[in-house]
Design a protein around this ligand. Structure first.
Ligand code: CA
Length: 230
């Protein structure tokens, strides 16, 4: 069970989200405008925030950056009318973690919510499984169908960033910051090369990736199996 804040001014949508989340066993609270969303978002602790972009008083982008400025690390999923809006905000690194484009199905939203909630509880995991691969970060080891795969420490760090952020779009800037460290002179091109090399090691068909997905204009996302299976 998670505590979820819904910031949405369309009453019908807010109600159906609230009801659906409660049916999933979560606690849901609705804020009707941006100002109320920010107030509730900072005055209480939440496991997730569903944040509409077009809101009275303060738009979703602003609410999101204010939440981050206030130190909130809660996953934020934007509810946006247009793909471009979310691309803009993710590209600017306002701090949102994912987005769904309206109209969305409750099924799609549920899958994205699960991915974000799982991400939070996954921070401390050391062994990951996906496809035929097993990654053990304690032993700095990647195995595929039980066989050890040659992987460089840098590739392993990058893979770790992806695995701890499953289902989340990561810009090249964020990847550089997380896997190489801030201030490193690494080009976007070098990130792409590392991704390309990782795909050869983990993907069944590297030219048609199933896990390390390129998101046009944004960066990459490690596809969550539950997302693709749901
Ligand atoms: Ca709205």
């Amino acid at each position: 069970m998670a505590r979820i804040l819904i910031v949405e001014d369309e009453p019908d949508l807010a109600l159906s989200l609230e009801e659906d989340l409660r049916r999933q066993g979560h606690q849901a609270t609705v804020a009707r405008d941006g100002a109320q969303g920010l107030e509730l978002g900072t005055s209480s602790s939440w496991d997730l925030v569903l944040l509409d972009v077009m809101l009275p008083k303060m738009d979703g982008f602003e609410v999101c950056s204010e939440l981050r400025r206030a130190g909130a690390t809660t996953p934020v999923i934007l509810l946006t009318a247009r793909t471009q809006e979310a691309e803009k905000v993710l590209g600017l690194d306002s701090g949102a973690d994912d987005y769904v484009t309206k109209p969305f199905s409750l099924r799609e939203l549920r899958a994205r919510i699960r991915a974000q909630l799982r991400r939070g509880s996954r921070e401390t995991e050391h062994v990951f499984h996906f496809g035929e691969c097993e990654v053990n970060f304690d032993r700095a080891e990647l195995r595929r169908s039980g066989q050890p795969v040659d992987v460089t420490p840098q590739e392993l760090r990058l893979l770790g960033v992806f695995l701890r952020n499953r289902g989340r779009v990561l810009s090249r800037d964020r990847l550089i910051e997380a896997a190489w460290g801030n201030g490193t002179a690494i080009t976007d091109r070098a990130v792409d090369t590392h991704v390309f090399n990782l795909r050869k090691k983990i993907e069944p068909v590297p030219s048609a990736p199933r896990f390390l997905i390129g998101v046009r204009g944004l960066g990459y996302r490690f596809e969550d199996e539950d997302l693709t299976n749901s």
